[in-house]
Ligand binder design. Structure first.
Ligand code: ZN
Length: 501
């Protein structure tokens, strides 16, 4: 066996541990009884430690070094080189973090998570404050260990969206802010509003589940290679491209909640299922970045799943499942209910128009925290100011403001922007897909989702990490990531819905 083959064999072995961890995590959220939590935590910590140990061992370093020699003498092909470069990138980042640091942040965030939950429940920021302070300090340390050129924030962002910087984000987000703030005001003032409460009714959960089965099968979710289950917070995971898991949750009064979240998670699932099986265990069978992953869920949830064409096909089927609530609601009105702009204080309840402003607020605050321009003590005040300024809303209590999201308590600083990047990538990809598939609207209207799904697989999924996000976007759309297509999409769609000039 040559040194390249040896490295791939080791990577495969490591991926068995990663998959096992994912199974434990999935089970924890879907099936595990409450009392199982303690030993599950220990089991996961043990396996995570084992993974870390193997990845940073001398033996692994030797294998990597041998492949480096092959890379430098030009003996690797493009795919082999991509695998080596990505593993080396991950390895270098891991190696820069001292073991004491890794243990410390894991300890602090696990305590902080409980304190955050308590603080949110009591709407009392003071409970969370000392923990968040500690996390911000540790994250500054992490940035110093990892190293950066521009902002310390770059070092953290790199963990989720490799290669992207705060300076680039500023450039990408500026036009969105300029467009959205006045656009949302116009929507608020529009007289052409639809009262989405008219679709609030009673939708028995077993009937919702039956509809989701029909919907997911028609859309192409393969139940031979995946499962759909229920959990408190919908998520997706995969243990292998041929074993993909997605979850949803039901709201008895609001049928759209489970439908939209299932379509979203299915989009993630299609990506995982579309990764090349033959490269399992290597970066070539992994998603590029969180932003690209999110683009796959958003494009199905929003561009497809909230389109009129999509509902021309599915609304009759939904009406068949729930004849009573929808009897007097024509498709046009239902379409407007699906695209209702809510302007909520809560990120996860917001719509595709207001969503990015929620993210920009979080991004600006966490960037300023990392750059030392903002104090952790001042976060609630600054948060509320920005919500007022960007969305015109008043935050009455911190549980609906700065305390609403779990991310910071887990040390995930630099994560939020990937949600917005997903929205932007999805609009840009969708435009390219529409160019390539000239009959897309007719296809959706007749329940043909295969051509679009295949387009995504061929252009995005099948490459795994062969390209960087930047390279992929250029290859697929001919341009770098920019906000133009998202703005165009929102402006066009919602000007029609709200009858705006
Ligand atoms: Zn998602």
């Amino acid at each position: 066996m040559d040194s390249y083959e040896q490295l791939v064999k080791t990577l495969k072995e490591l991926s068995y541990i990663t998959s096992t961890l994912a199974i434990l995590e999935w089970d924890e959220q879907v099936y595990m009884p409450v009392q199982g939590a303690k030993v599950r935590g220990e089991t996961k910590a043990y396996l995570a430690g084992m993974l870390h140990q193997k990845f940073t061992s001398n033996d692994f370093a030797k294998q990597l070094k041998a492949v480096k020699a092959l890379a430098e003498s030009g003996k690797l092909n493009d795919k082999q080189l991509a695998i080596y470069k990505e593993i080396d990138r991950q390895y270098q980042r891991q190696k820069k973090l001292p073991l004491e640091y890794v243990q410390e942040i894991s300890k602090v965030t696990s305590e902080a998570h409980h304190k955050w939950a308590e603080a949110r429940q009591k709407s009392d920021y003071k409970i969370f404050l000392p923990y968040l302070k500690k996390i911000v300090e540790l994250k500054k340390q992490e940035a110093n260990y990892v190293g950066y050129e521009g902002s310390p924030y770059d070092a953290l962002l790199d963990a989720y969206e490799p290669g992207l910087t705060a300076a680039q984000l500023d450039q990408i987000f500026a036009p969105i802010k300029d467009f959205l703030i006045p656009f949302i005001k116009k929507i608020k003032q529009s007289k052409n509003k639809f009262n989405s409460r008219t679709i609030i009714s009673k939708y028995p959960i077993d009937q919702q589940a039956a509809f989701l089965k029909i919907l997911s099968e028609k859309m192409g979710f393969d139940y031979q290679k995946g499962r759909l289950d229920t959990s408190a917070h919908p998520f997706s995971t995969s243990f292998h491209p041929e074993d993909v898991r997605i979850t949803t949750r039901f709201d008895e009064q609001d049928v759209l909640s489970a439908i939209t979240s299932t379509i979203h998670e299915m989009g993630h699932g299609f990506y995982e299922a579309g990764l090349p099986v033959e490269h399992f265990g290597t970066p070539l069978a992994e998603s590029i970045s969180l932003g690209i992953h999110e683009s796959q869920s958003r494009v199905w949830e929003n561009q497809i799943g909230r389109s009129l064409s999509f509902w021309k096909y599915f609304y009759p089927l939904l009406k068949k499942q729930f004849p009573k609530p929808f009897k007097l609601i024509p498709l046009r009105d239902f379409y407007r209910a699906v695209n209702n702009v809510r302007n909520s204080l809560i990120r996860v309840e917001s719509d595709e128009v207001t969503y990015n402003l929620h993210i920009i607020i979080r991004y600006e605050l966490e960037r300023d925290l990392m750059e030392g321009k903002v104090k952790v003590e001042d976060l609630p005040k600054l948060w509320n100011q920005k919500i007022q300024q960007y969305l015109g809303l008043k935050v009455a209590k911190d549980s609906n403001g700065v305390l609403q999201d779990v991310h910071w308590s887990g040390g995930a600083i630099g994560y939020f922007p990937t949600y917005s990047l997903g929205n932007l990538y999805s609009a840009q990809f969708y435009r390219a897909a529409r160019k390539a598939l000239s009959k897309l609207d007719q296809q959706l209207e007749s329940g043909n989702f295969k051509d679009f799904r295949e387009w995504l697989r061929k252009n995005i999924h099948q490459h795994g990490k062969l390209y960087s996000a930047e390279e992929l976007v250029k290859k697929v759309t001919g341009e770098s990531l920019n906000s133009k297509y998202f703005i165009e999409y929102i402006k066009d769609k919602y000007s029609k819905i709200y009858n705006l000039k």
